[in-house]
Design a protein around this ligand. Structure first.
Ligand code: ATP
Length: 281
């Protein structure tokens, strides 16, 4: 079987400050982590359950999960639901087992399942040729149920090294459509905490997102954020706003290149735009 890059851990570097707004969601996640540490300080994640982040695309679910990994100083494994599904019998379940094995091997670790609805849709929805979805859901539930433990038998097993490592794995799921998820996933002990991430609703909320994103850029002094925001349509997601920054940067870069081409001049400050901090060096 070919080696797979599925579930390769990395040490995410998104920080809390990179995320603009989402104050309620951040607070909720921090509460969960505090709770986890308070119960069992030497194991970072004592809770046996996971968290489900849900909301429209581009609202910062992936960013938030990465920031949690940075905050907890642990490895981060990100898997997109469709990557797990394989047409060959038994492969999808094996993929899930391998993701959890890798997570334990790199513990403490956060496993992030993006597009969870595609790997574990409500049973009976659509076609499930060969029962792949049923088997995948069953495997996922088995892995989730195996993490940590609450009962006496599990407390005894917790003495074993492997069980200790399991406790150092915390699972975060994300979906745009929680209504499509297999309800068994949301039962206590599984993804039983749901955190909503929505679209910024006011200029003030959009401004903090923009300010967080602009930390990556050098802003020309004459750029007026109030004016920029006045041109932003409502219901822009964080991803849309990053698109505005990236487009502005690209235009500014093109203008600089044009200046240099015509004048043969060395790099000069831009009259009206942005440079990334890296490109400035
Ligand atoms: P999807 O559901 O499509 O997977 P998502 O909710 O996981 O989307 P992210 O991938 O976290 O969204 O966000 C996409 C990009 O949008 C980020 O890389 C970031 O540049 C920007 N972004 C989104 N929300 C925020 C935010 N609150 N603060 C700063 N940047 C944000």
């Amino acid at each position: 079987r070919a080696a797979t890059t599925l579930g390769v851990p990395n040490y995410a570097r998104v920080t809390w400050d990179d995320i603009g707004g989402l104050t309620a969601a951040k607070a909720e996640i921090m509460d969960l982590l505090r709770e986890a540490r308070a119960v069992h300080p030497q194991a970072r994640f004592r809770r046996r359950s996971g968290v489900l982040l849900y909301g429209p695309p581009g609202t910062g679910k992936t960013m938030l999960a990465k920031a949690v990994a940075t905050e907890c100083d642990c490895a981060f494994i990100s898997v997109k639901g469709p990557e797990l599904i394989n047409m060959y019998i038994g492969e999808s379940e094996r993929n899930i087992r391998e993701v959890f094995e890798r997570a334990r091997a790199h513990a403490p670790c956060i496993v992030f399942f993006d597009e969870l609805d595609s790997v574990a849709p409500r049973r009976g929805l659509g076609s499930d040729s060969g029962g792949v979805v049923d088997r995948v859901v069953a495997q996922l539930l088995a892995e989730l149920d195996g993490m940590g433990g609450a009962g006496q038998a599990e407390e005894a097993a917790a003495a074993e090294a492997d069980a200790d490592r399991q406790r150092l794995v915390f699972v975060i799921g994300a979906t745009n459509r929680p209504d499509l998820l297999e309800p068994a996933l949301l039962r206590p002990g599984r993804f039983d905490r749901m955190v909503f991430l929505g679209v910024a609703e006011s200029d003030a909320e959009r401004r903090v997102i923009l300010q967080a994103q602009l930390r990556q850029f050098l802003l020309a002094p004459e750029v007026d954020l109030t004016e920029v925001l006045a041109h932003c349509p409502p219901l822009m997601t964080g991803a849309d706003m990053y698109g505005v920054c990236a487009t502005a940067w690209l235009r500014a870069a093109k203008r600089t290149v044009a200046h240099e081409y015509h004048d043969g001049a060395a790099a000069r400050p831009m009259a009206n735009g942005m440079r990334t901090r890296n490109s400035d060096s």
